[in-house]
Design a protein around this ligand. Sequence first.
Ligand SMILES: Nc1ncnc2c1ncn2[C@@H]1O[C@H](COP(=O)(O)OP(=O)(O)OP(=O)(O)O)[C@@H](O)[C@H]1O
Length: 245
Amino acid sequence: MTDIVRVEELYKTYEGGVTALDGVTAGFAAGSFTAVMGPSGSGKSTLLQCAAGLDRPTGGRVFIDGTELTATKDTPMTKFRRTRVGFVFQDYNLLPSLTVEQNTVLSLRLAGRRPDRTRVHAVLDRLGLGDRLHELPERLSGGQRQRVAVARALVTEPAVIFADEPTGALDLRSAREVLTLLRSIVHDHGRTVVMVTHDPVAAAYADSVVFLADGRLAGSLRAPTADAVAERLAHLGDRVGGVLA
Ligand SMILES: Nc1ncnc2c1ncn2[C@@H]1O[C@H](COP(=O)(O)OP(=O)(O)OP(=O)(O)O)[C@@H](O)[C@H]1O
């Protein structure tokens, strides 16, 4: 399998001198679901932000689907991101004044593309939101809001979807629904998902886990179980816990 996302020798030092990434090289295969785990402060969010082109690394290279983001200027990078990269955040990032349907097509509109309404409705139907098209986010549950965020990430048909703690604000049942959904968009629809999580049970939904510690790669685990992930984390010095654990 080819890597749809590749980071090479990635370094990130923030103002003030904190080194968040200290030479990370990793590849994420097309059609795979990978969890990124590690102790608090180990650089997980920084890795995601740099890999997604939301932030610039201090050194190293980032490739998405053959395009080197680190060699791309800000404006074309923003354009690339809007169509080729999907995002799902812990706090959903929906615009409160826009309906479910309007939120879903926002990235397409920002990219200057006309949404194909039949397709958009099909995606929302598949995510169980077909009867909520004209609802505002405030009328939806957390799980439903996160499903809108997943729909919004899917409709541009991105090369990769990055998810940062997508279940962090959800109750157990909604968290399971969202994780099952992410797994299904990878296994049934061939998408690629990279997800940061603190939760070993959430990580067990992925095909593999990569571990970070002190801004460096600290191993990986294929076909992870929650117990195996928790044990690895314990060795990395994390407090194991989370909504599903
Ligand atoms: N904007 C910033 N400015 C300065 N330092 C930062 C900034 N963002 C992150 N850091 C520091 O970089 C290091 C890595 O942070 P990062 O958020 O990537 O870790 P993380 O593994 O995602 O942590 P957590 O699990 O707590 O969310 C930490 O020491 C953090 O304090």
